[in-house]
Design a binder for this molecule. Structure first.
Ligand code: SF4
Length: 327
């Protein structure tokens, strides 16, 4: 049975089984992008044979997976490359477990997946259920920070984004994470609070560009909606802990995501949408549907390697913000 192992995850998966098993959960994306030299990790994966025309996130995940005792990879509902990623880990004798979000939001199928995950981690569904209230309490703090951001700009965009994004693993230490987020909440309103500037929505996969959000702020934009990061907080708290993973829009149909985005941009009085896409990612195709459905000024920004915003993208962001300011 597992005990106190470091288990990597390739995206948000039900976290309750990790907590009840006593193992440490590590979001490999955050570990990769927070590394000292994330580009070097991409290189490392290319040296062992990962193709250049495959998304950099996957290569970073591979490099960081090698530091783990085990990896849970979402093979359905996230990334079409994860199955191959797990195959390469198998070759390196890294313990791994595939997890799938069922296509049709079928509760029984999802429960079956979570049960298998529990078995892999050395816990049970009943024990995992016992963590449901604690997880919801933590996520509600991240949602509070989100609200402090869009409804008054009382916290910085980086804090709002970071708190929501990190609910995937609570920075591998839920108690420390809770203290940090509570500090942000208690200091809210003492920050910028500058109400001027176009209100922005950032949709799509989390950016590999490390300073995209701060650059938008520097150019006078006010990011008030982070679609995917917000979804990691499981914003629909109806039903039990399993239901939250059924309401989570990201792994399911694009239509559910569009409805969520439309509702939020209206409520948050968004002036313009930035769709972040990753080079060589199949989810770039979503851009067609988003552009068609969202009746707002829309800019698609593409990133490839981890690092700061490049000059060409800076010019495009500035021009987009000028356009919004002129409206
Ligand atoms: S950006 Fe796209 S290709 Fe890359 S890991 Fe995410 S879903 Fe997969």
């Amino acid at each position: 049975m597992w005990s106190h192992m470091r288990i990597g995850i390739t995206t948000t998966v039900p976290i309750e089984p990790f907590l009840s098993s006593g193992n440490e959960v590590v979001d490999l994306n955050n570990l990769f992008i927070g590394a000292e030299e994330p580009s070097r990790l991409v290189e490392e994966a290319q040296v062992i044979g990962y193709p250049r025309n495959i998304c950099s996130w996957i290569k970073g995940l591979y490099a960081k997976s090698l530091e783990m005792d085990g990896v849970v990879g979402v093979v359905h509902g996230d990334c079409s490359n994860t199955e191959s990623l797990l195959d390469t880990l198998r070759l390196k004798n890294v313990s791994m477990h595939p997890f799938s979000y069922p296509s049709e939001r079928d509760r029984d199928l999802l429960v079956g997946e979570i049960e298998d995950l529990c078995t892999y981690l050395g816990t049970t569904l009943e024990e995992a259920a016992g963590e449901g209230d604690r997880v919801e309490e933590l996520r509600s703090l991240a949602r509070k920070v989100d609200e402090l951001r869009w409804n008054g700009l009382n916290v910085s965009a980086e804090d709002a984004f970071g708190c929501q994004l990190s609910t995937s693993d609570f920075d591998s230490d839920p108690d420390r994470w809770e203290r940090g987020v509570k500090d942000i909440i208690s200091n809210a309103g003492k920050g910028d609070g500058d109400q001027e500037g176009p209100r922005l929505a950032l949709i799509g996969v989390p950016p590999i560009i490390t300073d995209l959000i701060s650059t938008l702020e520097d150019f006078g934009g006010r990011s008030v909606f982070f679609e995917t990061a917000r979804q990691f907080t499981m914003p629909s708290s109806d039903g039990d802990w399993i239901d939250r993973y059924l309401s989570y829009t990201y792994p399911y149909s694009i239509q559910g995501r569009i409805e969520d985005i439309m509702e939020q941009v209206r409520m948050r009085k968004v002036d313009g949408v930035i769709h972040y896409v990753q080079s060589f990612c199949h989810r770039q195709i979503d851009d067609i549907m988003f552009r068609d459905a969202l009746d707002l000024p829309f800019l698609t920004v593409e990133g490839n390697l981890p690092g700061p915003v490049d000059e060409r993208t800076k010019i495009r962001l500035e021009a987009f913000l000028d356009l919004l300011e002129g409206e």
